[in-house]
Write a protein that binds this ligand. Structure first.
Ligand code: 4NP
Length: 152
């Protein structure tokens, strides 16, 4: 069982999408994983994902409606095996928060795809959400392959 936490800034756009996309792909691949997402910021705790992301993800068959925002906490660094931030700013914030004896490996999510950052779509237009979903689907496939190679 591998425990994986996806992290972005608000936990209403990128990381909930990554959680839902990867959950579907991991299940289809028969992987034994536990999956969650969280934000480094606390503005949207308890809130549903952004309506624009719910709509964009729905057209690709992913259901984000039951997810609710939460903030990263100290326990996450002990609970999870892998913590996967969406961009370099999320990574820097996680490194600042991480306790010295935390067991989670911090690694950029797109290191399983094309590398670089998943851009923050919150203040952009509709195409931003599609681009984000393209990147997330691609990296999620890479993450599935990586876990399959590790665990058979
Ligand atoms: P996310 O997008 O990090 O992909 O969930 C954002 C959502 C909200 C805010 C920033 C980014 N915000 O500033 O409220």
């Amino acid at each position: 069982m591998t425990r994986i936490l996806f992290v972005c800034l608000g936990n209403i756009c990128r990381s909930p999408a990554a959680e839902a996309v990867f959950r579907d792909k991991a299940q289809a691949a028969g992987l034994s994983v536990e999956i969650d997402s969280a934000g480094t910021g606390g503005w949207h705790v308890g809130k549903k994902p952004d309506a624009r992301m719910i709509a964009a993800a729905k057209t690709r068959g992913y259901d984000l409606r039951k997810l609710r925002g939460r903030q990263v906490d100290m326990g996450d660094f002990y609970m999870f095996d892998l913590i996967l931030p969406m961009d370099a700013s999320n990574m820097a914030d996680l490194r600042d928060l991480a306790p010295p004896d935390g067991k989670a490996e911090l690694r950029p999510f797109l290191s399983f795809g094309v590398g670089g950052d998943v851009p923050d779509p919150y203040h952009g237009g509709r195409s931003g959400f599609e681009t984000v979903l393209d990147m997330i689907e691609h990296a999620a496939d890479g993450l599935v392959r990586s876990l399959k190679a590790q665990h058979g």
